[in-house]
Ligand binder design. Structure first.
Ligand code: M6R
Length: 609
């Protein structure tokens, strides 16, 4: 999705803005631009395509400005072109960058057209620049003009604005899209994501909904929705350069897959004592909320949704508490009926996914027992707006395809399951056994990563296929769904997941040599049923690859490849099984030569509907 960077300092900011944009590339975008305030006025450079193209264009421009704004655009209104790229301007005086979508832009545009404004772009964002200008004509006060302008906007926005008559001043505000201020020494920065600014500061202020901030190099003034001046907490984060670098890996996705043993260790750190999980990890008011919990509602999108589906199996089996899981984009618009004493859980790597955030806000109005977010980004909207927050501690995830965040989510969800199940009578022995399993996960994951070469050679078989079917049963069904999602999003191969028992109800008609089947087979109560499902496929000429628990007996043959993936405490097998599926998708995508870290049309953090 779109990214914003802004800076006001006593040094030239062109390079800072460009570096910020590079750090936001992972979010997905299709054009980029920046504007600085020079002695001669606002200098704006924009390019369709990647930030590299913008950098090339900038090579021949002498930027000396000490304040500026920059943007990566993910097209929503109008094609990805230089003209539609941000910053947008009103005449030569206002420059603006915008993230989000303005729902009533047509109406606002008509009003401005009658006032004589002319529009150069097809975007909704350009109207904001002209709207600010029209208010500025009345007050000559940029802050007031921005406040008045956003009052007539409906939709979501995070904007940063500068005006040629106000050198040294940046104004920004937000509603429904994140914005963070970076605090430096005699310099201030703005970004849609703190990762854009870690090269210049480790001190951040997260703006609240409707906050408006005035930034100069030395000062920062924040006004809340009522226009009252407020103080917001400065938070320090030390995200090392390393954490956001590819290191020796070719892609972030590969780095993030290989980081998973360390991620699990980090996620468990300080949260387990003498073989039991510590309630304190959920926050100070957790005891009261968890004690009252009689039902669980999980809401999430994409990969996070799949983690929620796995948790449903765990929570219902181990704690006997009913658990519902729903995709956020459905949940937010449905007439829902919360059960009494329900804990509402959002799962989100970014903590900013628009649908999940809207679902959380809806749930808070509906009177749930409490809300918990399991999230990877400290200070994100979901963390700030939930009663309880459990951080995944996975470190920045840059690849659009989520891998290490999924594994960290599952570890967090298992710890939550144990905290709930303990209250409904789970024996200490079972809890200790699962905790031991969690502690042995890093080693077990490493052993699968060591199968890397074998999986790479297997991937050759899939690169020429147009479709793939993923099968699993029970808790492995969501893992099959996650495998299918990984393959389709980075290799563009159409992939579907089915619970293996559903095959005969329709999808079996698709099975032939051109439709490879990938199955995940734990050694559980359903294994014999899965084996019969696979035989049905073999009998119809289907080619099958099974990632199986090492104790599952399956005889390899010309149309059946078996890859044993080790063993772990049975409840934790889904965490292990997803690893080979991540690797398989990755290698298929490498062979196909796709843009693995930024697959076409996708964004890392989906902050618009
Ligand atoms: O940041 P979130 O976890 O809320 O993101 C949800 C989905 O957009 C995300 O998981 C998406 O499906 C990934 N690209 C999957 O790899």
């Amino acid at each position: 999705m779109c990214g914003i960077v802004g800076a006001v300092a006593h040094r030239k900011v062109g390079k800072i803005l460009l570096e910020g944009l590079k750090r936001l590339e992972y979010r997905g975008y299709d054009s980029a631009g920046l504007a600085t305030l020079e002695i001669t006025g606002i200098q704006r450079i924009r390019q369709a395509g990647k930030v590299d193209a913008l950098e090339t264009a900038l090579a021949s421009v002498d930027l000396n400005g000490t304040q500026g704004i920059a943007h990566t655009r993910w097209a929503t209104h109008g094609e990805a072109s230089e003209t539609n790229a941000h910053p947008h301007m009103s005449g030569h005086s206002v420059a603006l960058v915008h993230n989000g979508i303005i729902d009533n832009y047509q109406e606002v545009k008509e009003g401005l057209t009658t006032k004589g404004y002319r529009f150069e772009t097809q975007t909704d964002s350009e109207v904001i620049a002209h709207l600010i200008d029209s208010h500025y004509q009345e007050s000559r006060n940029l802050t007031k003009a921005v406040r008045s302008a956003v009052e007539s906007l409906a939709g979501a926005y995070a904007i940063a604005v500068m005006h040629v008559e106000h050198p040294g001043l940046l104004v920004c505000t937000r509603q429904g899209a994140p914005l963070v201020i970076g605090v430096g020494i005699d310099e201030h920065f703005i970004a849609s994501d703190q990762l854009a600014l870690t090269q210049v500061t480790n001190r951040f202020i997260y703006l609240e909904e409707h906050d408006l901030a005035e930034l100069t190099a030395e000062t920062l003034t924040i006004f809340d929705e009522q226009n009252v001046q407020v103080e917001r907490t400065v938070q320090s984060f030390n995200i090392t350069q390393d954490a956001a670098d590819k290191g020796s890996f070719k892609h972030y996705m590969m780095k993030e897959i290989f980081e998973q043993p360390a991620v699990v260790k980090r996620c468990l750190e300080g949260r387990i004592n003498q073989g039991r999980v510590l309630d304190v990890m959920f926050g100070s008011s957790s005891k009261e909320i968890l004690d009252q919990t009689k039902a669980v509602q999980i809401v999430a999108c994409g990969t996070s949704y799949h983690a929620g589906l796995v948790a449903k199996y765990w929570i219902e089996e181990l704690s006997r508490i009913p658990c519902q899981v729903e995709v956020a984009s459905e949940y937010r618009y449905r007439k829902t009926v919360p059960l009494p004493n329900t804990l509402f859980i959002t799962l989100s790597q970014s903590g900013e996914t628009a649908d999940t955030l809207a679902a959380l806000r809806k749930a808070k109005k509906e009177g749930y027992e409490g809300s918990l977010t399991i999230c990877n980004v400290p200070g994100s909207s979901m963390v700030r707006e939930s009663d309880l927050a459990l951080m995944m501690n996975a470190g920045p995830e840059i690849g659009v395809a989520s891998t290490k965040a999924f594994v960290a989510q599952l570890v967090c969800l298992m710890m939550l399951t144990l905290a709930l199940a303990r209250r409904t009578g789970l024996s200490e022995e079972i809890e200790r056994n699962i905790v031991l399993g969690l502690q042995s996960l890093p080693h077990a994951i490493q052993q699968i990563l060591d199968l890397d070469k074998r999986i790479r050679s297997l991937s050759k078989h899939y690169m020429k296929k147009n479709h793939a079917l993923f099968l699993g049963r029970g808790v492995m069904y969501p893992i099959a769904m996650e495998g299918a999602l990984k393959l389709k999003e980075i290799s563009y191969i159409h992939a579907e997941a089915y619970p293996a028992g559903e095959l005969k109800h329709g999808p079996l008609a698709l099975v032939d040599k051109e439709m490879p089947i990938i199955a995940v087979a734990p050694n559980d109560d359903l294994i014999d049923k899965l084996k019969s499902n696979l035989e049905v496929v073999s009998a119809r000429g289907g080619e099958i690859c099974v990632f199986a628990d090492q104790h599952v007996e399956l005889k390899e043959g010309p149309s059946l490849t078996v890859l044993p993936v080790g063993r772990i405490q049975p409840f934790l097998e889904p965490i292990l099984m997803v690893i080979p599926l991540q690797l398989l998708s990755y290698y298929v995508a490498v062979l196909k030569g796709t843009d693995i870290d930024q697959p076409r049309n996708l964004a890392k953090s989906v902050t618009v509907e």
